[in-house]
Unconditional design. Structure first.
Length: 178
């Protein structure tokens, strides 16, 4: 086996990415404090053709060197916007027929492997604050809450890891139905 060089990977350039058909998925970051986590979510969103990232509340915006350190240019490819209010963002997404899915440990959550993607439906995946999680008022507005199964002693994953796990799983589910 030989490692592939970057030019052999056939990656899209930024204009090809901008013109590519995106998944009917958006990401909502609810008060994420770590700039590295924000950058990682941009990079993961680029990898899986996420349509848009909504940076809400205290979530910082590009340009910022700490975001760029982990995003590796994905802030230029993935569309994003900022809102001071996660609640207002969720309400607008609901008005635009998005199914709101908070990634959170709640009563009656759906385990990630059991969550089903429906064809012709748009999804907004909400990831919350590193310590406090998704705000309760946002959980209350959510159509579904999905929980990542965990089997060790810890009760949570880093938000960038959670985003990677969830978006990869949703990408695969979307590919299977299309």
């Amino acid at each position: 086996m030989r490692k592939l060089r970057n030019i052999e990977l056939n990656r899209k350039n930024i204009s090809e990415f901008k013109g590519a058909e995106k998944l009917p998925f958006v990401v909502v970051l609810d008060n994420i404090r770590s700039l590295n986590n924000i950058g990682s979510v941009f990079r993961t969103s680029d990898a899986f053709l996420i349509d848009h990232i909504y940076l809400c509340g205290i979530t910082a915006c590009p340009p910022h060197k700490e975001i760029h350190k982990t995003a590796l240019g994905a802030t230029n490819s993935v569309d994003w916007s900022h809102s001071g209010s996660t609640k207002e963002t969720i309400e607008k997404l609901k008005q635009n027929n998005y199914h709101i899915v908070s990634i959170e440990q709640v009563e009656k959550s759906i385990s990630l492997p059991d969550f089903k993607i429906e064809p012709n439906k748009k999804y907004a995946f909400v990831f919350g604050h590193e310590v406090k999680g998704v705000q309760q008022e946002i959980v209350d507005l959510s159509d579904t809450c999905v929980e990542i199964p965990q089997y060790g002693t810890k009760h949570s994953l880093n938000i960038s890891v959670s985003a990677g796990v969830v978006l990869w799983e949703m990408f695969q589910k979307f590919e299977r139905i299309n």
